[in-house]
Design a protein around this ligand. Sequence first.
Ligand SMILES: Nc1ncnc2c1ncn2[C@@H]1O[C@H](COP(=O)(O)OP(=O)(O)OP(=O)(O)O)[C@@H](O)[C@H]1O
Length: 201
Amino acid sequence: MVGPESAAAGEECDLSKKPDRILIFSGKRKSGKDFITDELFKRLGDDKSVIIKLSGPIKTHWAKVKNLDADQLFGDGKYKEIYRLEMAKWGEHMRNKDYGYFCRAAIQMYNASNKSIWIVSDARRKSDLKWFREYCHSACRTIRVSCSDETRAQRGYVFTSGIDDAETECDLDDVMDWDLEVKNDNLNIEYIMKKIEDILK
Ligand SMILES: Nc1ncnc2c1ncn2[C@@H]1O[C@H](COP(=O)(O)OP(=O)(O)OP(=O)(O)O)[C@@H](O)[C@H]1O
């Protein structure tokens, strides 16, 4: 066993009221998923939208059990990199038992049930897409964020064996049917927002 055996599992997650849209973002480390989803959330507002981080329940639970700084685990600094491998392994272990585990736990954690637009900021596996599609296929739109290796390096990315060649980083590499693909190399955030707004309609 690589970590704490159980987490708040989302058993009490209310799935009765479905959202109008579920925007599911994925992309490699440092491609800018958080940057883009934060910007989108600012524009849509918290009346109708919510950011759902599938890694949220993992980080919260890990912080509690291992007495770590939760804010830094959620940040974009180096701190989370120290624990990324361990957290990813534990996440795999839990997902293998139940592929919807972190989807439900995150919906509950972010009180998403009463929001009409869900912004899922960090899908990593085909099973994440599968779970949301099984839940409400017609609402789902998938967005792949990418940028050059050079840009990622400028943002602090360093290839790490065991992470960047693992399933959590690579499982979605061969998916071709994204509803939208965005290149996030430069500061063309207005253009990116416009494209996302188009698929929200
Ligand atoms: N379009 C952009 N303009 C300016 N800075 C950006 C842009 N996109 C991303 N960044 C910056 O690059 C860094 C990495 O971005 P971000 O944390 O959003 O990546 P991520 O894909 O969520 O990474 P991880 O998978 O490691 O969480 C952050 O410091 C962010 O502010």
